[in-house]
Design a protein around this ligand. Structure first.
Ligand SMILES: *Cc1c(COP(=O)(O)O)cnc(C)c1O
Length: 401
């Protein structure tokens, strides 16, 4: 057996089978490229679902992490540490908000947003205890906890994990009338991805997000934008909401905030909202730890210049132009997305998304399929135009046969 087959067999023997990875075993990576245990190189066109916006082994992030590793890595929130205040202040300022509540994974940050919205509903809005409702969209992806899968519409993500947490109303994504009808006096929040990633990179109709913003303001409801995957440069702007001129009440951030080095997530909002939490009411052992803060501070410093956003916008225009040409060629049914982020629906006769992904892997390009015949393209924002073109050439050739 090859080293690859050995490694995959060992993984299958001793890990739960909750994933079905492509048969590639990565050993090292740099920039937009990964190298497997047999020395084959692959262009990473997934970037850890946007966790690797700055590429693998980004020098600035690695140096920031190394320096912090030598100083202090964890204090727990029982004590203060000297990177915490700076991290919270910079992140709040970067988001145009006032307060930060740091966690680790995206799902924890979504849970934090849900808890915050409920507490705000009871303490500030005056919703009767135990009756708060949060409106969410069909085909959402907000993470994997029991509460979050309770309001998923994906049977795979949800089945056999009940009993489910109540308090959520699901409406079709992009349908303002349905959303308006779902909002009642007990509604404390509307929770949306400004672009639905897992669903296939679905961009809502123009005007939807601004209308949600107006409606939530009129009805005294918090607008929570889950920008875990869409935020921090991916779409060509810092936040996907910006494309529609929308500022939500709460950003939920994760993935790229940790630079692909450590898990870092956060809820960022106003004092009026995040100020509802009192000591002991919510927390996390690792949330806001010194290593996480040091890496995230470097991420914010990199994003502050706007160069990554601009790069995503420019390369994204090129990506969408090229994919548009492919759509004209008959093998691609539809292309969606913004910036360096695309959902590509392949004509089903060309194969499932999985089959296309495997063929691309054989040619040295790594992407991830999603439902049916859709593949997602989201390379690190540091990818060169030449590498991007090479990756697109491989896709073109796979679809040509
Ligand atoms: C990935 C993702 C999450 C969950 O993040 P984890 O770190 O995997 O828990 C939540 N929301 C969106 C939009 C995501 O893309």
């Amino acid at each position: 057996m090859s080293r690859t087959q050995d490694a995959i067999a060992a993984a299958e023997a001793h890990s739960a089978h909750n994933y079905h990875p492509l048969p590639v075993v990565v050993a090292t990576a740099e920039g937009a490229w990964m190298t497997d245990v047999e020395g084959r190189r692959y262009l990473d066109m997934l970037a850890g679902y946007s966790a690797l916006n700055f590429g693998h082994g980004n020098r600035r992030l690695i140096e920031a992490a190394k320096a912090q590793l030598e100083r202090v890595t964890l204090t727990s929130r029982a004590f203060h540490h000297d990177r915490f205040a700076e991290f919270c202040a910079r992140l709040a300022e970067f988001c145009g908000m006032e307060m930060v509540l740091p966690m680790n994974t995206g799902a924890e940050a979504v849970e934090t947003a849900v808890k915050t919205a409920r507490k705000w509903g009871y303490r500030v809005k005056g919703v009767p205890d135990g009756t708060a409702k949060i409106v969410v969209a069909a085909n959402n992806f907000h993470g994997r906890t029991t509460t979050i899968v309770s309001f998923s519409t994906d049977p795979e993500a949800r089945a056999d994990y009940g009993p489910y947490t109540p308090g959520f109303e699901i409406v079709p994504y992009g349908d303002l009338t349905a959303l308006a009808d779902a909002v009642t006096d007990n509604t404390v929040a509307v929770l949306l991805e400004p672009i639905q990633g897992e669903a296939g990179v679905l961009v809502p109709p123009p005007g939807y997000l601004p209308a949600v913003r107006r409606l939530t303001r009129e009805r005294d409801v918090l607008f929570i934008a889950d920008e875990i995957q869409s935020g921090l440069g991916r779409t060509g702007k810092t936040f996907a909401c910006e494309h529609e001129g929308v500022v939500p009440d709460m950003y939920v951030l994760g993935k790229a905030l940790g630079g692909g080095v450590v898990p870092v997530s956060a809820v960022v909002s106003s004092e009026a909202v995040l100020g509802v939490h009192r000591p002991g009411e919510h927390g996390s052992t690792f949330g806001g730890n010194p290593l996480a803060c040091a890496v995230a501070l470097e991420v914010l410093a990199m994003l502050r210049t706007g160069e990554f956003q601009q790069r995503a916008a420019e390369l994204g225009d090129h990506l969408h132009h090229e994919l548009g040409l492919m759509a004209g060629g008959g093998a691609v049914e539809a292309v969606r997305g913004r910036g360096l982020w695309a959902g590509v629906d392949i004509v089903p006769s060309k194969g499932t998304g999985r089959e296309i992904s495997e063929k691309l892997m054989d040619r040295g390009v790594l992407v991830k399929d999603t439902h049916g015949s859709t593949i997602r393209i989201a390379p690190p924002l540091v990818i060169s135009k030449e590498d991007l073109d090479w990756g697109l050439d491989q896709l073109r050739e796979v679809l040509a046969v």
